[in-house]
Design a protein. Sequence first.
Length: 342
Amino acid sequence: MDSLRARLARRLEQGITPSPIGRAFASAWATIAAARVARPVALPEGARVVGVGGAVLGGAGKTPVAITLARALALEGHPVALIGHGYHARTSSPRRVLPDDPVLLVGDDALCAARALAPTNTPVFVAKRRAEALAFAVRSGKTFLIVDGLLQAAPRRLDDAVLVLDGASPFGAGFCPPLGDLRAPAPALLEAADHVVALGGACSPALPSSAVPLASSIDGALDASGCRHDLTSLLDRRVGLLVAIARPDRLITALGREGVRPCAALCLADHARFDPETLDRARSLGLDAWLTTARCATKLPPRLGSAPVLALDHRVDVGPLLARLFRGSREGAPACARLPAP
């Protein structure tokens, strides 16, 4: 089933040649999705709520932006918390995610965020419903809330809505399913957003003129003990890529720019579990190391055979976004902007 999901996702990411039936279904999806861009969420009083959403069905980079934004605010002393979207989480009540929580309980995105934010003691909360997690965060004394995966709320709008676009392919294949991977029509997404950012820089002519470029880079990789490995140290080693993410081709391209070219790539569906067959296949290849993302590392063992599993250290510069969020504020924009993110 996961392999079928992965193949379908790749097709949507590349775009499917339109047919009359396909256009009809895509039009129906677009109509429904446009009306649901603003999700029904009861926002708590007394807190500034910032939503971070993407334009495509995974792979836009919204979670790294949300995590880095939360960390930057925490380092400046703001009472901030991150509200995870709880994808695949099985928690029955609102809870703070701890770095050693089971991934099956809290979900890979939330667990990855909790581990990344642990050094600043920035809490990550999840619940069955976002409103419950938001209320729980406020009861815990947090009044600056970053919501991962929520672009806009209703009936009351968010204080700030951030739309994260891929600088090279901002609206994916340009169609809603079943012809492409666009979450909702671009005009509806842009209308819902207060701030539009282009992750990786403004590379595409399709980007709206209002998009703020955010630099993005890979700064080495970390093993399970936290030891850093420079990418240059991997150039003469036989490495593989093992991920369960949307748009793995973007990651392969980014590694290629650094001179790292995996000799094997095992790419599963977004958020998929790494089944025993995939792990056995990885072990059988006898490589020197396996590269993955920080999110995927929450579901992988520290080694596959004799090869260490290394989580790529993705860094995002959220400084330009912070300047927008604090424009006209007497608090000023936080200075600590360029920070690691999964």
